[in-house]
Design a protein around this ligand. Structure first.
Ligand code: MLC
Ligand code: AMP
Length: 505
């Protein structure tokens, strides 16, 4: 039974009258609805000619319907390919050209724009899905039969492709199999002791690993419920906490809760667990949260390519500033970046990962895939060390990457977009510590005309090129960039120089 849906359904079908989702308007979705609605979507996909292994690109706002479409894809053997609604048309053209989806599911408000991409990229079909269950795909699904025989899949067959950017070149599609997702869901369910009594407060986006696979699959695997909020809004999250038993979030969630005077033990004494990941949780935030809320946040570490790799323990020390121990069944080694040799315990090296969680490679990029594996281990690009008790700390990144509010931004991509502008001679994009987002994107620009000083001119020119979260929070001008003898920009020096940009005002 290697179709992920079949495995999940085998567990949750024991009690189909249980609630799976609480919607913001108070309506609920039962597990019985999960069965019938996912079947309707699977049937609708079939009616549209989507076959086994075909990609279904989905760029819609968060909703329970989108989750039903995700499950419908699994059941039909199609490959679910979620995309951030913040992506611009320019960014989408690349994804469509690369993934060649046989169906693009768009928000009803932007379907025309997506349709217009079609001719250049070979995209054949665009259907729509709105958050309130409107749209052409939703209409088709609502009329489709409520039963579907979930197709058999092999362990390595693809369930999803998630695009991740890279330090060089364009984004790569990480291919995740049914078994990659299933193995991780069950490992995490057991480790974090999820049961059918849990209610997960879900305020994460569902186009990424964290909100889609970790949050949703673990809940389905345990037969629990989710309070599905459209996004993280502090007030709405505070209002929902009394009904939840578990919350998963990026560090910004916890920073924002701590910023609320009304947040404290009274609100969360009943909670079982708070989990953090996708970006480093500052030890100060961990300690302040424990003092204020009486909960030690459980920090874990993952990646799009690997799902989750490590976790602090459920019972035992949740050590601030560490991402915990390798998950059961996952091998982690700390390797010398140059030679690949395993380093002695305590030394800093690149974190490498092997296990059933590790992806099947990058979509249609066998060379890139091969370059990121060594002896069967995936080379994460994160730098870490392991202490005597086996706890891993992430101390830096080998890859030039900024993580803002849990979203990855690759400076190379932003530099390319800014560098193309006429006013710009040279640019370096760096991540600077930010009190809310952890890191914020900053561009340091050398203008062609030394008198040029128009940050709004530059940000305006980026509006249609880059998703908002990739656009610099601040654009600074300088006469020259610090470089080494090889002419390479010294980003560490730039980061140090501007380190206090957002913390001292
Ligand atoms: C939104 N904006 C951001 C941003 N999110 N800018 C930079 N970084 C971000 N993360 C933009 C908005 O478009 C808006 O633009 C402006 O910034 C102000 O937005 P805001 O209201 O302050 O932000 P908000 O909408 O509240 O979003 C912040 C956030 C959100 C942290 C709640 O980004 C979020 O939910 N992040 C979670 C990301 C995540 O799930 N990552 C998991 C990846 S999986 P304007 O123009 O309107 O002002 C992974 C593997 C693993 O990494 O281990 O889990
Ligand atoms: P993504 O490609 O969006 O999946 O991002 C994965 C990256 O997020 C990892 O390679 C890490 O750099 C980072 N990351 C995830 N979880 C943590 C964590 N708990 N602490 C520090 N960095 C993290």
């Amino acid at each position: 039974m290697t179709n992920l849906y079949s495995r999940l359904a085998a567990d949750f079908s024991a009690d189909l009258d249980r609630i799976f989702v609480w919607l913001p308007d108070g309506r609920v979705l039962l597990y019985a609805d999960v069965e019938t609605q996912s079947a309707r979507y699977a049937n609708a996909l079939g009616a549209l000619g989507v076959g086994i292994g075909d990609r279904v690109a989905v760029q819609v706002e968060k909703s329970a319907e989108m989750l039903m479409l995700y499950l419908g894809c699994l059941r039909a053997g199609a490959v679910f390919l979620p995309l951030n609604p913040a992506y611009t048309i320019g960014e989408l053209e690349y994804f469509i050209g690369d993934a060649e989806p046989s169906l693009f599911v768009a928000d009803p408000a932007v379907a025309d724009k997506i349709g217009a991409i079609g001719s250049g990229t070979g995209l054949v079909r665009v259907e729509t899905l709105g958050t309130a269950g409107e749209g052409t795909l939703a209409a088709l699904a609502h009329q489709a039969p409520p039963r579907f025989d979930t197709v058999a899949r092999n362990a390595d067959d693809l369930a999803a492709i998630l695009y991740t950017s890279g330090t060089t070149g364009r984004s790569k599609g990480a291919m995740l199999s049914h078994d990659n997702l299933a193995s991780n869901a069950y490992t995490l369910r057991d480790l974090w002791q999820f049961t059918a009594d849990d209610v997960l407060l879900h305020a994460l986006p569902i186009f990424h690993t964290h909100g889609l696979f970790v949050a949703t699959n673990v809940t389905l695997a345990s037969g629990g419920a989710m309070i599905l909020l459209p996004r993280f809004e502090t007030e709405a999250v505070m209002a929902a906490l009394p009904r939840a038993t578990v919350m998963m979030g990026v560090p910004t969630f916890y920073i924002r809760l701590l910023g609320e005077a009304g947040f404290g033990r009274d609100l969360v004494a009943h909670m079982r667990l708070f989990i953090s990941g996708s970006a480093p949780l500052a030890p100060d935030v961990h300690r302040e949260f424990e003092a204020r809320a009486g909960h030690a946040i459980l920090e874990r570490y993952g990646m799009t390519e690997t799902n989750m790799n490590t976790s602090n323990p459920y019972h035992g020390d949740r050590k601030p500033g560490t991402v915990g121990l390798p998950l059961p069944g996952v091998d982690i080694r700390i390797a010398d970046p140059a030679t690949g040799g395993e380093l002695p315990q305590g030394e800093v090296g690149v974190i490498e990962i092997r296990g059933p969680n590790v992806f099947q490679g990058y979509w249609r990029q066998p060379e890139k895939t091969a370059a990121e594996f060594r002896d069967g281990f995936f080379i994460s690009g994160d730098l870490g060390r392991c202490d005597q008790r086996g706890y891993i700390s992430i101390v830096g990144r080998q890859k030039d990457l900024i993580i803002a509010g849990g979203f990855n931004v690759y400076p190379a991509e932003v530099e390319e977009a800014i560098g193309e502008l006429d006013a710009v001679r040279e640019v370096a994009v760096i991540g600077i510590p930010h009190p809310d987002l952890g890191e914020a994107v900053v561009a340091v620009v050398v203008p062609r005309d030394p008198g040029y000083n128009d940050p709004a001119g530059i940000s305006g020119a980026l509006a249609d090129k880059l998703a908002r979260f990739k656009q610099p929070r601040q654009i600074l001008f300088t006469a020259e960039l610090p470089k080494n003898a090889m002419g390479k920009v010294q980003k560490a020096e730039l980061r140090n120089y501007h380190a206090a940009l957002f913390t001292t005002r």
